[in-house]
Design a protein around this ligand. Structure first.
Ligand code: BGC
Length: 355
């Protein structure tokens, strides 16, 4: 069922009268809340193996938390126009160089200073269990070429799947790479670290990075390295091993090259996560060729969550389905270029259960 929480009790600023909170709920008792500020997932309440409910998504109680977030964690938001980094905020299309806003040292991250996570989207209730958010990113916004009309529809199914359907069209060639930046803790938000969660990533290779977390352009096998999640293992098992890539990321903060990406446009099982004490299990399916596994290395214990508990370092993880970082500057990576007349269309599913 979709309900609009009138005026989103938390929204006090007159300028932000348009901000609403939407609630999706299914018969299994799963509840997902999403606001049109950043098309942000603010809460995901699911049952553990004993039927006990907990909120497994990190976030804030009110919209000012999202607006004023220290250290910009991007909790729950849709990030874009380009999820992850573009080196030095520069790329060329047909010989023309574009310069983007830089907001991560010398680099461009998650769409720039005011990315899609920091704008108010239009919202439309599609049906009982789906809500669609739309946004027109103007030509020149954060330096990108082209008016980009985008939408993201969130659907909660009776099978406990949260489905994200992304669509975009443009009037000039532009890179596009949209993803969702929800941080999960399957024990519950604020319930310590995620290091005991057992993760499987359906990928035999990653795209290693330099010290600024920009891909080197190489695609490197995971076998024999801490990056091998082909068989499920605890996130914390190898995270402390001596490894230059782990040093650069302060832990895992990398793009995995999914085994069966978008070749035939079908959904691929990209990752699974199991939390042993609660039995919660999550599967991620996508049409994207990559996934950024980021384990909250930049959470510094200075944020308090919805229940007032501190989000500790590595207190949440993201599995961001995506094209590879810095693709606009990497000719050997799958292209992220969208041209007029084409449609950017991609879907991702987060499926919740327990065992
Ligand atoms: C990036 C991290 C970044 C985090 C929050 C992730 O997607 O890979 O490097 O710190 O988002 O901004």
């Amino acid at each position: 069922m979709v309900g609009i929480l009138a005026g989103c009790a938390s929204v006090k600023t007159a300028d932000f009268d348009d901000i609403q909170l939407y609630t999706l709920k299914n018969k299994a008792g799963t509840t997902v809340k999403i606001t049109n500020y950043g098309a942000t997932v603010t809460s995901i309440i699911t049952a553990d193996r004993d039927g006990k409910l907990a909120d497994i998504a990190l976030g804030y109680n009110d919209v000012s938390g999202y607006m004023n977030a220290v250290d910009k964690p991007y909790f729950g938001a849709v990030v874009g126009r380009y999820g992850n980094r573009i080196a030095k905020g520069k790329f060329s299309i047909d010989g023309e160089e574009y310069e983007l806003a830089t907001n991560n040292g010398a680099n461009h991250l998650h769409g720039g200073v005011i990315g899609f996570d920091k704008v108010v989207w239009d919202a439309a209730v599609v049906d009982e269990n789906a809500v669609k958010f739309s946004y027109l990113a103007k030509d020149g916004e954060e330096g990108y070429p082209g008016n980009l009309q985008i939408s993201v529809t969130y659907t909660l199914t009776e099978d406990n799947e949260l489905k994200l359907d992304y669509l975009a069209t443009t009037d000039k060639k532009t890179p596009v790479n949209l993803t969702n930046h929800t941080y999960f803790n399957l024990k519950g938000e604020g319930e310590g670290t995620i290091l005991d969660h057992e993760l499987m990533i359906n990928a035999k290779a990653t795209t290693p990075v330099d010290i600024g977390l920009i891909p080197t352009g190489k695609i490197v096998p995971v076998v024999g390295t801490p990056f091998d999640f082909t068989t499920a293992k605890a996130i914390g098992r190898d995270i402390g091993k001596k490894d230059q890539q782990l040093e650069y990321g302060l832990g895992y903060d990398h793009n995995w090259v999914l085994d069966k990406g978008d070749k035939d446009g079908k959904m691929t099982l990209a990752a699974t996560v199991y939390e042993p004490t609660t039995g919660r299990f999550m599967e991620v399916f996508t049409q994207e060729p990559g996934i950024q596994f980021y384990c909250g290395n930049f959470l510094a214990g200075n944020l308090k969550g919805k229940a007032g508990k501190t989000y500790v370092n590595r207190g949440g993880f993201c599995l961001e389905t995506q094209h590879y970082p810095d693709s606009p500057n990497q000719p050997d990576f799958p292209s992220t270029l969208l041209a007029p007349g084409e449609e950017y269309k991609t879907s991702t599913i987060y499926k919740f259960s327990s065992k």
